[in-house]
Design a binder for this molecule. Structure first.
Ligand SMILES: [Zn+2]
Length: 70
């Protein structure tokens, strides 16, 4: 059974743990925040921006994140 994690969130973009006090919460970084904004902005944003990170945000995981789920 996992320990309580009352003081932590998970970034909705890359699933990385985020502290509640993080200025970017609930995102792990300003970059993930921008990716999320891009998603909500709808297709127009993506179409007008040929180069975007919004296509594969999950691949942004750091190596240490791969075995740190439990
Ligand atoms: Zn993130």
């Amino acid at each position: 059974m996992p320990r309580k994690r009352a003081a932590k969130l998970r970034c909705p973009i890359c699933k990385k743990e985020v502290k509640l006090k993080d200025p970017n919460a609930p995102f792990c970084s300003d970059r993930c925040r921008m990716i999320d904004l891009g998603k909500w902005a709808g297709g127009a944003y993506v179409i007008s921006s040929p180069v975007t990170d919004a296509e594969e945000p999950i691949r942004e995981d750091t190596p240490e994140n791969s075995g740190n789920n439990h």
